[in-house]
Every structure is written in C-alpha cells, then in structure tokens.
Design a protein around this ligand. Structure first.
Ligand SMILES: N[C@@H](CCC(=O)N[C@@H](CS)C(=O)NCC(=O)O)C(=O)O
Length: 212
C-alpha cells in the first residue's frame, strides 16, 4: 500500500495537493472522484465531502488531512528530506504568507469571482479588506524577492504560487509583471511539471471521452 491515499478531481484544488505530493517525493495512490457519486470513504474521511482529501497511512494508524494549505505544510514537515520546511529564519515569512494566501487572498479572489462586493465602509470587518489591497500586498511581496521566504523555494511557494498561477490562468489575478515572473519561476520546478502533466492528461482524456 502507498503511504498516502489522495482523493482528487483533476480540474480542482486537488492540483495544489498533487504538486505538494510531488515536491515532497511522497508515495501516493490517487482516487479520482466523480462529483456525482463520491466514494463513502471520502465522506467518512472529510465531512465537507471535498477534494483534495489526503489519508496518511502512518505506521500507528491513518491520519486525515484536508485543506490545501494544511496538506502542503504537513507534507513539508514530514518529508524533511525534500528540504521544503522552513529554517528558523524563514518561519515568519513561511507561516505569514501561507496563512495569508489561504485566508485573505483566497477570500478576496473568490469574492471577486462570485461578484460579492464588500459594502461601503465595511472593509475593516473583512479579513481581506479589499481585493485591491490584498493584490497590492502580494505584488509588493513578490516584487522584492524570488520566493515567499526569500532566496529559497519552500512549500509555502506551492500554496502561494498555486493561488497566483491559477489566478493568472483564469484571470482572477491581474497579470502584473511580478506575478508573471513568479509564475515563470514556479513552472520550472520538476515537481510542478510532473504533477501538472498528470492532471492535464486526465482532463484531456475526460474531455475526449465526453466528445467521443
Ligand atoms: N478549503 C478547501 C477547499 C476545497 C474545495 O473547495 N474543493 C472543491 C474543488 S476545488 C470541492 O471539492 N468542491 C466540491 C463540493 O464542494 O461539493 C481546500 O483548501 O482544500
């Protein structure tokens, strides 16, 4: 049995977890989920009934891990050999921007995509403030450094980078030069390429099946 069972859908946030699994060098078995008939094991593991859901078959028993940012952090922590966990001097940036991307950045982008506007005078109550403020902060960060923690790629780049990469591809993040350059750096990663190729092929095969 593989060390991890990975419940995913190719065109989903599961791409983030797959990239993290590849960066960590983790041994996993995928279970492709059909939205219409989700396996009972998925619901049992994750009452949100969402993907990605990861089950770690640890020697002392199974552990369930959900939420892409948590999956990234967990894999970096457990796979020390991949050297994606932050060193002491990188930890402030690592946790700060990982949580920023999973909270304010994701809320800002999803709110924008849904057409939800923060009512006039209420931005102080919204964790992301405004979409523009959140994007400005990300642009400032990525204009001054190559990676989230500075000079070195860490697992925080898988999560923050996925938000930027996905947002550029789908137009939910503006194509600012700092974002485009960061995305170019991300796309050179072997882990990015091998993980994305799997989902790309699965998406292509599913579309071919629908059309033929
Ligand atoms: N906070 C979760 C979000 C997961 C999520 O919303 N996944 C979507 C696919 S991108 C899903 O499973 N949607 C199906 C549903 O909600 O029924 C994470 O970061 O992993």
């Amino acid at each position: 049995m593989a060390d991890y069972t990975f419940y995913t859908v190719p065109m989903s946030r599961g791409q983030i977890a797959r990239w993290a699994l590849h960066e960590a060098g983790a041994d996993y078995e995928q279970v492709l989920v059909d939205w219409a008939s989700r396996p009972p094991e998925l619901v049992a593991a994750n009452p949100m009934n969402k993907v990605p859901t990861l089950i770690h078959h640890a020697p002392e028993g199974d552990r369930v891990i959900t939420e892409c940012a948590a999956i990234c952090a967990y894999l970096a922590d457990l796979h020390a050999e991949a050297d994606l966990f932050p060193r002491d001097e990188e930890k402030a940036d690592y946790y700060r921007w990982l949580f920023f991307a999973a909270g304010p950045l994701e809320q800002a982008v999803v709110s924008r995509a849904m057409g939800w506007d923060v009512p006039e005078g209420k931005s102080g109550m919204a964790g992301f403030g405004t979409y523009e403020r959140t994007i400005d902060v990300m642009e400032g960060l990525l204009s001054g450094r190559d990676w989230v923690c500075g000079a070195r790629f860490t697992m925080a780049d898988v999560y923050v980078g996925s938000q930027i990469d996905w947002g550029l591809n789908f137009g939910s993040i503006p194509p600012l030069p700092a974002f485009a350059a960061y995305a170019e750096r991300l796309r050179t990663r072997a882990g990015y390429q091998s993980a994305k190729a799997i989902d790309r092929d699965l998406i292509k095969a599913a579309r071919a099946g629908e059309n033929g």
